[in-house]
Design a binder for this molecule. Sequence first.
Ligand code: PEP
Ligand code: MG
Length: 540
Amino acid sequence: MTKHYGKSIFPAVAIGKIKVIENLPHQAIETHAENSEEQWQLLLEAKAETDRQLEELFEKTSKELGEELANIIDVQRLMLSDGDLNDSLEEMIKIDSLSAAEATKRAGKEFSEFFASLDDPYMKARSADVLDVTNRLLAQLLGQGGQTTLYDSTVIVADDLMPSQTLTLDRKKIAAFALRKGSASSHTAILAKSMSIPCLVQTDIPTSLGTESDGKDAIVDGEDAVVYIEPDEAVLSEMQKKIKRLEKERAGLEKMRGLETITKSGKKISLNANIGGVGDLPAVLSNDAEGIGLFRSEFLYLDRNNYPSEDELFEAYRKVTEAMDGKQVIIRTLDIGADKKADYLNLDDEENPALGLRGIRVCIENEAVFNTQLRAIYRASAYGNVAIMFPMITSVWEVKHCKEQAAKIKEQLKNEGVKTGEPELGIMIETPAAVMISKDLAKEVAFFSVGTNDLTQYTLAIDRQNSKIDRFYDPHHPAVLEMLRLIAKSAIENGIWAGICGELGADPKLTKSFIEMGYTELSVSPGYILGLRELIREMA
Ligand code: PEP
Ligand code: MG
């Protein structure tokens, strides 16, 4: 038995058989080939087949997971037909007499290294896409182009998974992820959270563990952030007990479905879900969320080459609003900048990105970008109960500006004869400045939602992205808790409601304090909803 440690993304436990997914197919490749024309034909056929598979994957993904995720596949199809890549392949095959497979391998490496060397974070991220699509092509040329076959209960071991890999795998068979790299915000982590399965990132599983380990037994313990490979009898039996306990807890939670979230003394709490797009809806509905407390609009802007159109935004907002069937959907306007960037936005490199042009500042500086979103949200508001939330507020004038802009757009749509609803307007409280002036801000809006991730970062002067200083990132710090108290007090005194949508909102150790402070809404990852409901219903 070997034991490995990592960071846990979701606190579940699973037993399965290992499937190692490597980014490059390991197989001896003939470097050169005599008949260049034959190799070129082989490449064209493999390209056509790869494109056909990607097209199929695009259809499947857009049907099952929504268009945003399907766009990732679309970008890869574009790369496959990219002129520079194809010129390079043709030259290597026809002039340098390389085999089609060797040329594909080299071109994939060169192009992905080129993208990785660029400063722009969006272009850097495209490096994984180039490698993903050229590996697909290579696998096709080597006769390994089919789907990865999984065991009935599979523990996926990989460095990290490429976006299209996570989309191709048969989700029903994935029991857990154990990754050597990855972060809480990586694609795989988001997928694991929405599937409520264990996922460890940044594990110390050695790279020497390759496909020859496929089929070995493994256990991923997301409660204690440990992976066991070939566990011994004692660990196996301990983990089986743990799984039984968790299953019992989960089954116990089923009875929470459909119940009100209310304390014994009658305090009603809205337990809402945080989402990034339409693809999260199945998890929202299956966990019985009472609404959407945070729709992170920026996910509609990432992983693409240009701005989403008003219609694209509208479609995403409308689908979510209709699916929630009258329950409130709080749509946050674009919170881009800092760690979340897209090349086409042309945001400058900054010395201190977390203190730079981000959140509402981007929308205030780019009226057209702001207006497109507001139009899309107001149009979607005709289909249900929509609210609008502005991020990263520090001053009253910013809120007044946002309200004026929203009113202008509403009027504009009215003049065009377009139907809208009456969305409530609220703000995120996630800067110390907003906390200190919360009594003035409360006079301007219908609700507050506290972003504890950023509030902790700005209060403790600690970069939330820097895992090396994790021990200093303390969302339970008395300064943060005192701020939470002050925000709720300002809200109550001014007759508006306050909620929490940062990660701290899901912390069961603080639920009682939050309710005592006066919070009436908690917005969390869908997998936490039923557990919190049970906890709240047991409270006095
Ligand atoms: C937060 O800062 O707590 C928050 C919810 O916003 P985000 O994590 O998207 O910055
Ligand atoms: Mg934030």
